[in-house]
Design a protein around this ligand. Structure first.
Ligand code: PMV
Length: 329
């Protein structure tokens, strides 16, 4: 009753921000992402009659509190769905900083979903995995798939039509790159879950955000299909700024940016002025992720280094969530 899964984090190009159902994690809008090969979570899950409670260890550290609770809640959902009672020991390893706006929850809940369901001896289809992963963390629904994925918001009350699908596999656009410039490794103060709830409830711009998403989705699908980095980058950059505008205007205001965030944004705009196809996107954290093509990597990396960004994680489109035989314990 033990299984291990590897999942990669994904970066949204059109963001998910705001839920229509908090409990089932049903979004107000669809979103599109790219799954990244540089940001991996490995999770081993083991169920046993001999365990008296769930246990969660992340990067070698035994967790209690909020993180352990979320993991246990997800395991409880899975136990209920698959009619099992055993408690579970979970160990996860991230190869990137957790909770710093690098979408660690996307890979975390994708890996946990596949590892735990497999440990129970079941083998659900990707669609079902996506629906279950979604209920751990919305963005995890997309990390089930490699390459480029779209999470369809769905309209059903029960959420049976709210899951991700693959738009293109990673081989479709192998030259596509994301450079994550690490601005700060500190844990963020407002989790995305709380941030988006507050935004839906209080930002006067939330409706305006929703009104523009469909157009961004259309442009992004086309840009990926045509491998048009200019259209993709510009659309993703503006989409991210629109999402950020809803957070800044919520009460009380949420600003994830730090000094280094703005510095990186200006550096990216400067590169564009010089004719380099570099675009940024950001999530609920200070990190700046640059979308670009392989041929411009060196120039962009050099510039970001000279601007003081020493830690840059490079990713190309990566695989979806898969089982592994290398157990962590
Ligand atoms: O899946 P969550 O609850 O961590 O929310 C993710 C929210 C953003 O990263 C800001 C956007 C997205 O679509 O990934």
């Amino acid at each position: 009753m033990k299984a291990t899964a590897n999942a990669n984090a994904n970066i949204a190009l059109v963001k998910y921000w705001g839920k229509r159902n908090e409990k089932l994690i049903l979004p107000h809008n669809s979103s599109i992402s790219v799954t990244l090969d540089g940001l991996k979570t490995t999770t081993t899950a083991e169920f046993s009659k001999n365990f008296h409670k769930d246990e969660f260890t992340l990067n070698g550290e035994r967790k209690s509190g909020e993180e352990a609770k979320k993991v246990s809640a997800h395991l409880t959902l899975i136990r209920k769905m698959f009619r099992r009672k055993e408690f579970c020991r979970v160990e996860s390893q991230n190869n990137f900083p957790s909770s710093a706006g690098l979408a660690s929850s996307s890979s975390a809940f994708a890996a946990l979903t596949l590892a735990s369901i497999s440990a129970l001896g079941f083998n659900p289809k990707p669609k079902e995995l996506s629906i279950i992963a979604r209920q751990g963390s919305g963005s995890a629904s997309r990390s089930i798939f490699g390459g480029f994925a779209e999470w369809k918001k769905g309209v059903q009350v029960g959420g049976g039509d709210s899951y991700a699908v693959q738009l293109y596999p990673k081989e479709h656009w192998p030259e596509f790159r994301v450079l994550a410039c690490i601005v700060s490794e500190e844990e963020k103060k407002v989790k995305s879950r709380a941030g988006m709830k507050q935004t839906v409830e209080t930002s006067p711009f939330y409706r305006a955000w929703l009104a523009t998403v469909e157009e961004d989705l259309k442009k992004t699908r086309r840009a990926i299909k045509e491998k048009n980095i200019g259209l993709l980058g510009k659309t993703a950059e503006l989409n991210c700024l629109k999402m950020q505008a809803t957070m800044i205007t919520t009460a009380p205001s949420i600003v994830y940016w730090e000094e280094g965030t703005l510095k990186a944004m200006h550096a990216v705009w400067q590169l564009r002025e010089e004719g380099v196809n570099a675009f940024f996107t950001m999530d609920a954290g200070p990190q700046v992720k640059i979308t670009c093509l392989e041929k411009d990597l060196q120039k962009i990396k050099q510039r970001m280094n000279s601007e003081g960004f020493g830690k840059i994680i490079e990713s190309r489109p990566g695989d979806g969530t898969v089982l592994s035989t290398k157990h962590l314990f």
